[in-house]
Design a protein around this ligand. Structure first.
Ligand SMILES: C[S@@+](CC[C@H](N)C(=O)[O-])C[C@H]1O[C@@H](n2cnc3c(N)ncnc32)[C@H](O)[C@@H]1O
Length: 290
C-alpha cells in the first residue's frame, strides 16, 4: 500500500488487522490530525520526533510520509502493537520511521527535539472494558508516575524543543514552554508548545477542559477560547527572566505571541476523561516540583 489515501482513515487503516482497526477512532491519531501535527513539527524545526506511546504507529507512519526529512521513533509498551506497527511500516516502506517496545517513560529522551503526545496515559483511568487490553499495568498510580517522568524529561529538554499534544498530554507542561498554536483538529485540540526559556521556575501548564491553565505559586492564569493571551504578573516575571531569547527561537525569526488558546469541546471523544488526567495528576502532591 502506498500513502495515496492520507485524507482517508478507512483507507489508511486497511494496512492494519481488523482488531486494530476496530479501536482506531478511539485510540489512534486520525490521518488529518497526524498530517497537521507533522507540519507543526516541521515548522518548529524538529528533526527527531518521539511518539510517546505509539500504539500501532499510525501517527508515526502518516507523519513520516508528510515530513520525510524528520526521523520519527514510536515507543510503545505493548509489544504486540509494536509488531503490528513494524509490519505496517514495512508495507508502507517508511525509512524515516522506527518502532520499539519499551516503557517510554523509562528511557532517555535526549536524542529527540520533538515529542508527540496523544493523551497517552489516560487509559490508566478507564474501566476494564474501555481499555485497549489488560496486558500492561494500568492504574492511577502508574498514570501519576508516568506523567511525573514526562514532566521531568520536558524540564530537562533544551531550548527549542517542540511538543505537540492532541487531546492533551496527560502530563503537565513546564512553564518554560509556550503555546505557539492551539487549533481544533479531529475530535479535540491540537497544540504546539515550544521551549522558549532556559529558566525553569517550577511553574506548570495543565491542559484542562476549559483550555490551558497556568499554575504558578504567584498567580494562576487561564487561557480560554479565542481570548487573546494577556500575561499575568507571574508570566510577565517569567518573560522578564527570559529577556534573552533562546537562539533556537531567534534563528527562526519567530516573534509570534502566544496565540488563540481554545477550550476543549464538550463533545470531545471519550479519550478525554471528564476531569483531565493531567489535572488529576497535578492534584497529587508527589508530582509537584521540588
Ligand atoms: C492514545 S494511544 C496513541 C497512539 C499513537 N500515538 C497514535 O497517536 O496513533 C496511547 C498509546 O500509548 C501507549 N502507552 C501508554 N503508556 C505508555 C508507556 N508508559 N510506555 C509506552 N507506551 C505507553 C498505550 O499502550 C497506547 O497504545
Amino acid at each position: 500500500m502506498t500513502l495515496h489515501s492520507l485524507d482517508d482513515d478507512i483507507a489508511f487503516d486497511s494496512v492494519y488487522p481488523a482488531e486494530v482497526r476496530r479501536i482506531s477512532r478511539r485510540f489512534w491519531t486520525p490521518v488529518a490530525v497526524a498530517t497537521r501535527a507533522a507540519h507543526l513539527f516541521a515548522s518548529a524545526g524538529a528533526t527527531h520526533v518521539l511518539d510517546v506511546g505509539a500504539g500501532v504507529g499510525k501517527f508515526v507512519l502518516v507523519a513520516s510520509a508528510v515530513a520525510p526529512d524528520i526521523r520519527f521513533v514510536g515507543i510503545e509498551h505493548r509489544r504486540h502493537l509494536v509488531d503490528v506497527a513494524s509490519r505496517a511500516r514495512e508495507r508502507l516502506g517508511r525509512d524515516n520511521a522506527r518502532f520499539k517496545a519499551a516503557d517510554v517513560t523509562r528511557m532517555a529522551w535526549t536524542a529527540f527535539d520533538g515529542f508527540y503526545l496523544f493523551n497517552p496515559f489516560a487509559e490508566n483511568l478507564y474501566e476494564g472494558g474501555d481499555c485497549i487490553d489488560q496486558r500492561v499495568e494500568l492504574s492511577k498510580r502508574r498514570l501519576e508516575r508516568d506523567a511525573a517522568r514526562v514532566e521531568r524529561a520536558l524540564r530537562r529538554a533544551p531550548g527549542g524543543t517542540s511538543v505537540v499534544t492532541y487531546h492533551g498530554a496527560t502530563a503537565r507542561i513546564p512553564g518554560c514552554y509556550e503555546v505557539e498554536t492551539s487549533e481544533r483538529a479531529g475530535t479535540d485540540w491540537l497544540r504546539l508548545w515550544i521551549r522558549r526559556c532556559e529558566v525553569d521556575d517550577g511553574s506548570l501548564f495543565v491542559e484542562e477542559a476549559a483550555g490551558v491553565v497556568g499554575r504558578s505559586k504567584a498567580r494562576p492564569t487561564t487561557w480560554r477560547d479565542g481570548r487573546r493571551y494577556r500575561p499575568s504578573r507571574a508570566s510577565s516575571t517569567l518573560a522578564a527572566r527570559c529577556a534573552t531569547p533562546l537562539r533556537a527561537a531567534t534563528n527562526r525569526g519567530d516573534s509570534r505571541s502566544p496565540s488563540k488558546i481554545g477550550h476543549r469541546s464538550s463533545h470531545a471523544m471519550s479519550m478525554s476523561p471528564s476531569r483531565s488526567a493531567a489535572s488529576m495528576a497535578s492534584s497529587d502532591s508527589s508530582l509537584r516540583p521540588a
